[in-house]
Write a protein of this length. Structure first.
Ligand code: UD1
Length: 353
């Protein structure tokens, strides 16, 4: 049995890693295709190295572009690869453009699609990821969900019961496995993170592409940085916006995007994480670290109901929220966030030759 995994952007890589390892253990044949959506070492190659993922067999090298251009390039370049490889399953991850584009190609060629992280919905179609989630789930033949609420969402949308399988959160497999390596980097101490620190990531168009909103967020972070270390590994698009607008970042320690283990070291000891990332909402819940999500909504409500996440749509409230936050004494973790989700994904595929 042959699996063809597609990854393209940073959040895909920690999801592929445990599935690839578990499928190898079951003796399944595997091919990895990287679309090249992310191409900087800091956004891609470093993750393959840290997570021990074998180098991609094929790289489509699509690079950046508008959503239409990037999606179209992936579709065009992926079709001959899929025809040549003839896998039993296309395995796609998360909600990035690479996920949706390759699912469309497979659906047209009659190749079965397994979607890892199916069933998440923000209900907000202005988010590019929401479109990617909806299209991918409609086309997928196997919907592998990270949480039971995601399975319920798919049922409510009319997906057949036999296509839905709750497997848990594969990214948390990677998190647990990586904690000792994260600690060994000593990164947090090197950048002056002292346990009172705030770790920040922001890259959503809704936060960084609107000058007024980005200004309000940066002002709030600069305010917080007056009383505690604020460490902000900034996505290339965020850096570009902040620099082109000439915003005053005060004592915020802005750094280039950092590798997976370094980030985990920074996050695990943080007082609070401020983010708009999907993955960090989950990782902070698994680590018991408070998270303030600078968004109106989340496709991961379980991190609020059963975790440490709190929506913070109004950036002017961030400083007060950071000051008021206390670390929870008891760590709760959603069902299936147990380090074994990759094994359940591989088993679900192996049962469907
Ligand atoms: C993409 C995903 C988003 C995910 C994020 C993680 C979609 C629709 N969005 O957003 O869901 O949370 O990845 O990072 O798929 N750039 C570089 N180097 C790179 C990659 C990008 O400099 O290696 C810059 C380019 O200027 C590019 C911009 O970042 O235009 C945006 O990249 P893109 O892949 O379009 O989207 P992300 O914002 O990274």
């Amino acid at each position: 049995m042959k699996l063809l995994h597609v990854v393209g952007a940073r959040p895909n890589f920690p999801k592929l890693s445990p599935v690839h390892r578990a499928a190898t253990a079951l003796g399944l044949q595997q091919v990895v295709v990287h679309t090249g959506q992310h191409y900087d070492d800091a956004m891609s190659a470093n993750f393959f190295r840290d997570l021990g993922i074998p180098a991609p067999d094929v790289n489509l090298e699509v690079g950046s572009g508008s959503h239409a251009v990037q999606t179209a390039r992936i579709i065009e370049r992926f079709e001959p690869v899929l025809i040549a490889q003839k896998p039993d399953w296309l395995v796609v991850y998360g909600d990035v453009n690479s996920t949706m584009a390759t699912a469309i190609v497979a659906a047209k060629l009659g190749v079965r699609i397994a979607h890892v992280e199916a069933g998440l919905r923000s209900g907000d179609r202005t988010m590019p990821e929401e479109i990617n989630r909806l299209v991918t789930d409609r086309l997928a033949n196997l919907l592998l969900t990270p949480s039971t609420d995601a399975s319920a969402t798919l049922r409510a949308e009319g997906e057949p019961e036999e296509e839905i399988e709750f497997v848990g959160n594969v990214m948390i497999d990677t998190l647990f496995r990586s904690l000792p390596h994260a600690e060994a980097t000593g990164y947090a101490a090197r950048v002056g993170a002292d346990g009172t620190h705030v770790a920040v990531t922001l890259h959503r168009p809704s936060n960084v592409d609107e000058p007024e909103r980005l200004t309000a967020i940066v002002n709030a972070l600069a305010d917080i940085a007056r009383s505690r270390p604020v460490i902000f590994p900034a996505h290339p698009r965020t850096q570009a916006r902040i620099h082109s607008m000439g915003l005053d970042t005060g004592s915020i320690r802005m750094v280039d995007p950092i590798a997976y283990h370094e980030m985990l070291d920074l996050v695990r000891g943080a007082h609070v994480v401020i983010t708009d990332s999907g993955g960090l909402q989950e990782e902070t819940t698994a680590l018991g670290v408070p998270c303030l999500t600078v968004r109106e909504n989340t496709e991961r409500p379980i991190t609020i109901v059963e975790g440490t996440n709190q929506l913070m749509p109004d950036p002017t409230r961030l400083a007060a929220a950071v000051a008021a936050t206390v670390r929870p004494t008891v760590r709760r973790s959603p069902e299936g966030w147990d380090g074994k989700a990759g094994e359940r994904v591989a088993a679900a595929l192996a049962r469907r030759p």
